[in-house]
Design a protein around this ligand. Sequence first.
Ligand code: OOG
Length: 236
Amino acid sequence: MKLAQALHEAALTRMPIPQPVDGLDVATAYQVQEEVVGLRGEPLSGVKLGFTSEGKRRQMGVDDLILGRLTPSMAVVDHDKYIHPRVEPEVAYLVGRRIESVGDATRPGAVAAVAAGIEVIDSRYENFRFSLESVIADNTSAAGYAIGPWRAYDVDDWNLGVVFEIDGRPVHVGSTAAILGDPRRAIVEAARLAVQVGLVIEEGAILLAGAATPAEPYRPGAHVQVEIQRLGKVTL
Ligand code: OOG
């Protein structure tokens, strides 16, 4: 598909493209996403949810959840790879069993471990502007991630304090409760969307549950830190 190729090249050349004008529907957008990630020639390391918090939906002017794909090279965060990157604080889960259905996501052991995370998002569209469908096609702006030390998933994480700092200054403080009202819902929502798009979430995959606060620009050389109560810290 032409759009997949254009998005792939935009990421490689760091030259953003205008968002598509003609009506993409959600199903086609997920097909473009699969194709654009396929062009990277990498396996999947996980999945991510987007627009799980009210703050993010308001910031970007959208009103539904989206699912994106993570690949191993995204774990190498290098400012020089991006167009106009932003960073956001996330709860990260380590998937403990293969998830092929929503039922699998509710079984014990679906989540094996939890950690504080940072996601780097980088829209391949000009001015970071998109519709819900066009951002789905652009793999939900997925561009990079960092994950702190995993801890066993024996902690109640529905309402933990989040402090998001850039260069030693808190830029947002919030709660994990901003993520779907309870980030424990993330695994079920990810499973629901994965089934819808025909994706299996493998054991050992990472799940980024969505930003807990609005995103901030990621400037070259910036020191970015996310600390989540009881889960620990992660820095870029
Ligand atoms: C889309 C990605 C949103 C989140 O956590 O809400 C996202 C974007 O804002 O570019 O990852």
